[in-house]
Design a protein around this ligand. Sequence first.
Ligand code: MN
Length: 193
Amino acid sequence: MKKFELIKLPYEADALEPVISKETIGFHHGKHLQAYVNNLNAAIEGTAFEEMPLEEIVKSSEGGVFNNAGQILNHNHYFLQFRAPKADNRPTGEIAVMIDMQFGSFEAFKEAFVKKGATLFGSGWVWLSVDKDGKLVITQEANANNPVLHGLKPLLTFDVWEHAYYLDYQNRRPDHLSALWQIVDWDFVNGCL
Ligand code: MN
C-alpha cells in the first residue's frame, strides 16, 4: 500500500531566518504538514485514492480527503520554492520577462500579489500561475484549494493561513508577505513554467 510522506526540506530549518524563523518551520513543516500527511494516509486506506498521484486526488475528491490532499499539494510547492535570504532577490530568466511584460515591473507585480494575499479573508493561499495561453494570473485560493482546480499551472504561492506567520509576525500579515520576496527561489519558479 502506498503511503504519502512528509517532504524533506531542501534547506536547514533555520536557513530562512529572519524572514521565517526556525520555530515556525518546525511547527509548519514538522507539525502542520505532517498532520495533513498522516490524516490523508489514514483517510485513503483501503480506497481507490491509494493508487492515485496527489494531484489526481485533489482533482477528484471532496471533504476530508480533499482538504488534506490539497494542503499537502499546496505546502509541497510552498516549502520547495524558498532558499536562504538574499538582499536584492529579483526574478531571473523567463519569469522575469513575463512579469515585466504583464505587470510593467517587478515592483508592480509584488504590490498586486501582496494585496491579493493581504485581502484574502480567513485562511488560504495567494498564487501566481500561468494559464493555457501562457498568461500569468494571480488568484486567491480559499482553505485547501489549488490553481490546478481551474486548469492553471502553479508557479509561486504565499501561505496566508495564520500558522504560516503568527509566531513571527502575529497579526501583521502584509509585513510577512512583503518579507517573503527575500527568500523566493526564482530558479524553482522558472522550473515550474
Ligand atoms: Mn500552511
